[in-house]
Design a protein around this ligand. Structure first.
Ligand code: GDP
Ligand code: IMO
Ligand code: MG
Length: 427
């Protein structure tokens, strides 16, 4: 019966993959509803580590049906590469279901993503270069190619030819690059048709029927609230809606089906790519967080920018998404600090502001106002109950809970599936 949504509450990489994996054996469907292979979700099961980009993390749970829904953009080459990688590791991937309406990332999308970033110079977004933005742009401008189009060679040809009329002009005349060959792309994408066909279905129908049958549908967001196209730090955002509202449009289920929204929140903050980040640390403390937390991108290998916990951001995520429960991850990383700064508001051009300011200009000027909480030295990675946590760690959790506006229902103390304190059942 219930549909449960999981969203990143900060700038991505909060630990969504781990959280999804944790509930994997309690749900029937795990659905990706937006984004594409810009995501990098890490799942650690025993000694095995998996990095998933396009596939829902639920693919690692044998009884789950993983679904790539209509809101996702699919790079078919990456899809089949990722499937092959899992098959080689003994994972059954045949259960995967893909929406006929999902849009395809085309070679010209990847080319345009890279070249436009290069031309932006210092103003670049710092995208993952996977073609995400140009693919969503074509979707919105009604020039996109969908999974189902590969089944109709005439339509596929027409769409690719039309798109290239335009894109090749831009690539050659604006960016001084070589144009792409239509025949080659048509042949490549026609070749994907029969590979895709066994997986393709009307996923909205499938999920609604599952909900009617009393099954549990888990909607796994990628990216994070502050990377949302509407609610993030625009233009330094991704091109989709990772927030909970996006889950309905991206999966084709109604908002009345969603009973719970779980926000994944890191005990500190990280960001990859450009854009404002008030609590960012540029000193050795930032380097310390990066090293302790292993904050290096799963998709691009870039260093993640690191900073302290930002309470206005957590509160913002609560209200944009209607978060009912938080999963606070990476508490173990903070062990060893005498005192831990927590941003409780900002000073913006001399004025105190307790929420994210209305304009991006102000947000660029936001200087964090910190409260200092007492730290702890104990290694907490073996702790399994809240009561076993050092008193100061308990106080840190309780303070963050108060500031964030929703209950913290789970705490991560390590990357492993079992390194979790579940204060109340997440599902
Ligand atoms: P996602 O994109 O939100 O799925 O997150 P990523 O996988 O990109 O980054 C989160 C990283 O933190 C991964 O390497 C996880 O294995 C790791 N991780 C998740 N939860 C915890 C935790 O509670 N403690 C520690 N130390 N690592 C964690
Ligand atoms: P997960 O799901 C962190 C960032 C990029 C860039 C911006 C736009 O692992 O949390 P895009 O390629 O989407 O057009 O890039 O968004 N970004 C992410 N940052 N985690 C992610 O995914 C991200 N996906 C995109 O770094 O700043
Ligand atoms: Mg990630």
């Amino acid at each position: 019966m219930p549909a449960i949504t999981l969203v990143g509450a900060q700038w991505g990489d909060e630990g969504k993959g781990k959280a999804t994996d944790l509930v994997g054996n309690r749900v029937d469907y795990v659905v990706r509803y937006q984004g594409g292979n810009n995501a990098g979700h890490t799942v650690v099961i025993g000694d095995e580590k998996y990095a998933l980009h396009l596939l829902p993390s639920g693919i690692l749970s044998p009884d789950v049906t993983p679904v790539i829904a209509n809101g996702v953009v699919i790079d078919p080459g990456v899809l089949f590469e990722e499937l092959r990688g899992l098959q080689e590791r003994g994972i059954d991937t045949e259960r995967l279901v893909i929406s006929a309406n999902a849009h395809l990332i085309m070679p010209y999308h990847r080319a345009l993503d890279k070249v436009s970033e290069r031309f932006l110079g210092k103003g670049r977004i710092g995208t993952t270069g996977r073609g995400i933005g140009p693919t969503y742009a074509d979707k919105i401008s009604r020039a996109g190619v969908r999974v189902q189009d590969t089944f109709d060679p005439k339509i596929l040809r027409k769409k690719i030819e039309l798109a290239l009329n335009d894109k090749n002009q831009i690539l050659t005349k604006v960016y001084n690059r070589r144009g792409l060959d239509a025949e080659q792309i048509i042949e490549e994408y026609l070749g994907y048709a029969e590979m895709l066909r066994p997986y393709v279905a009307d996923t909205s129908l499938l999920l609604n029927q599952a909900l009617d049958d009393g099954k549990t549908v888990f909607l796994e967001g990628s990216q994070g609230t502050l990377l949302d196209i509407d609610h993030g730090t625009y233009p330094f955002v991704t091109s989709s809606s990772p927030t909970s509202g996006g889950a309905c449009a991206g999966a084709g289920i109604g908002p009345t089906r969603i009973t719970r929204v779980i926000g994944i929140l890191k005990a500190y903050t990280t960001r990859v790519g450009s854009g404002p980040f008030p609590t960012e640390l540029f000193d050795e403390q930032g380097e310390w967080l990066r090293r302790q937390g292993g904050e290096y991108g799963v998709t691009t290998g870039r260093n993640r920018r690191c900073g302290w916990f930002d309470a206005p951001i957590a509160r913002y995520a609560t209200r944009i998404n209607g978060i009912t429960d938080f999963f606070l991850t990476k508490m173990d990383v903070l062990s060893g600090l005498d005192r831990i700064p927590v941003c409780v508001g900002y000073e913006i051009d001399g004025e105190r502001c307790d929420e994210i300011p209305m304009t991006q200009t102000d947000f660029h000027h936001a200087v964090p106002v910190y409260e200092y909480l007492d730290g702890w030295n104990e290694d907490i990675s073996h702790v399994r109950t809240f009561d076993e946590l050092p008193k100061n760690a308990q106080a840190y959790v309780r303070t963050l809970e108060e500031m964030s506006g929703a209950q913290i229902s789970a705490i991560g103390v390590g990357p492993g599936r079992d390194q979790t304190l579940e204060l109340r059942p997440l599902v």
